[in-house]
Ligand binder design. Sequence first.
Ligand code: MN9
Length: 287
Amino acid sequence: MSALLVPFDRDGSILEKGLAETVEFNIGQGIEGLYVNGSTGENLMLSTLEKKRVLTLAAEVAAKRIPLIAQVGSLDVREARELAAHALDQGYDAISSVTPFYYQFSYDEIVSYYRTLGEGCPLPLIVYFIPALTGKQLSKQQLAGLLELPTVAGIKFTSDNMYQLERLRRLFPDKIIYNGYDELCASGLIAGADGAIGSTFNITAPVVLRIRDAIAAGDLRAAQALQHALNDFIEQAVDNGLYQTLKYMLSLQGVQGGHCRAPFLPLGEERQSRARDILSGFKNALD
Ligand code: MN9
């Protein structure tokens, strides 16, 4: 699944046409689902109204062709519930929420947050674990405690701790585990993830699908070679300003990719030229 990029104009308004084109481009590239309003969607920088608008538009354009997950996490659990209700209304298949961040919430407080959110919405709930950004590390026992909640259907695991992922897989054969770092897509699948959700897949979907298929076929050499090519791409894109670079790469392919919202800075001439080289280098490496 792609973590959906949201194109903005230079003033920070959502480019609705660009958003629709981004959804369509992803589907055209064979992506099998969208994670809407995640980190990649710059969700934390949007108003409640804008979050709802993005959820609505993505659902309208996707029109049930692929499953959709709505990230609704908020420090205001009432906002999270309101967004969850909206996602239900718009036909989303699941909701997801980042672990409560900024304040050093206790584990019990985090559990209580997910209980409140899960009990308020009949959709399956996916925990979004991204300790590098939330600052909240959880042990494997604590993650297991979250997965034991009856309303929790799974986890988006954006951490490089493949041992934790493997242990969770072992403990919870029936819960859904998504690998979250695109750099570890092959590793995560081998450790037992059911799938992957990523920002770079907005551009690299065909390669990621090949990694998945190579692993399913037991061709680990092929998976490794593809992951090397993907990581050469990701390393350079991150260095160039990840979301701006991905959006610019959409624009190079006929999609109105737009800009990021401030305080993200626009790509200058130099970084645009670098982005063109990164994309062509990636395509050449795959030929
Ligand atoms: O959660 C994404 N995380 C962020 C998923 O964007 C913060 C990843 O897809 C990364 O962007 C990607 C590049 O580091 O792995």
